[in-house]
Design a protein around this ligand. Structure first.
Ligand SMILES: N[C@@H](CCC(=O)N[C@@H](CS)C(=O)NCC(=O)O)C(=O)O
Length: 240
């Protein structure tokens, strides 16, 4: 429990990068919570009632009230628990706007490039997904330079809003390398991001909630094999 009579319950799924953001945010703020693992093929009544619009994880239930959408939850934690650690969002309104901009870039460009890569059925689609992923990483390299002002994190010396947004994908960077053979935050191409990742995964609060990379790799390989089998079945059906 969070302390002071607050009850926090997180509905998540072990492989969800969005749920990981919330686990990271709670961990960085030192807030304890009850964790409920959802089976997304058979969603609980609690999830459906708590997030009737999207029926997705993560949902944070604070004293019985549900809050949905990972980055909305991260902001909520800043506002609902002002005494729990440094705020993720900067105090200056312009810096706050910049942080929100980059967090939404991560969802719109980096995540969608990964989805494109993951869904790729042909070599051309795979090449396109790879190109988009590396281009998004290069853009984020510039964002990190701008936001960190020479300090280790997007938030400066401390973990900030963009660090949490990107941190949700930290375990995936390693898993992707194993499943797709693509090093996204490469030290030669994006040295700041590569150093950011190495530092981030070593933080005690991050380590405490990070999913097992081996399990993510296993899941990624299984999904890749299922996608390949579906493509082969479609090709066979067309040929017959
Ligand atoms: N924009 C949402 C994305 C959440 C999301 O896509 N969650 C996925 C798991 S990674 C989910 O619950 N999927 C279930 C479904 O689509 O039915 C956020 O940031 O929280």
């Amino acid at each position: 429990m969070a302390g002071g009579g607050d009850e926090l319950k997180l509905l998540g799924m072990f492989a969800s990068p969005f749920a990981l953001r919330v686990k990271l945010a709670l961990s960085f703020k030192g807030l304890s919570f009850e964790y409920v693992e959802e089976d997304l093929r058979n969603k609980s009544e609690l999830l459906v009632v708590a997030n009737p619009v999207h029926r997705k994880v993560p949902v944070l239930i604070h004293n019985g009230l549900p809050v949905c959408e990972s980055m909305v939850i991260v902001q909520y934690l800043d506002e609902a628990f002002p005494g729990a650690g440094a705020p993720f969002l900067p105090s200056d309104p312009y810096d706050r706007a910049v942080a929100r901009f980059w967090a939404s870039y991560i969802d719109e460009k980096l995540f969608s490039a990964w989805v494109a890569l993951f869904a790729a059925k042909t070599e051309e689609e795979k090449a396109e997904g790879t190109k988009q992923t590396l281009a998004a990483a290069e853009t984020l390299e510039g964002a990190l330079r701008e936001c960190s002002k020479g300090k280790p994190f997007f938030g400066g010396d401390a973990i900030g809003y963009v660090d949490v947004a990107l941190g949700g994908f930290a375990a995936y960077v390693h898993a992707f390398e194993e499943v797709h053979g693509l090093r996204q935050f490469d030290a030669a191409r994006t040295p700041l991001l590569a150093a950011w990742l190495a530092r981030f995964v070593e933080l005690d609060s991050a380590k405490a909630v990070m999913p097992d990379v081996g399990r993510l790799v296993e899941r990624g390989k299984m999904m890749q094999a299922q996608a390949a089998a579906a493509t082969a079945a479609t090709a066979a059906a067309k040929a017959s």
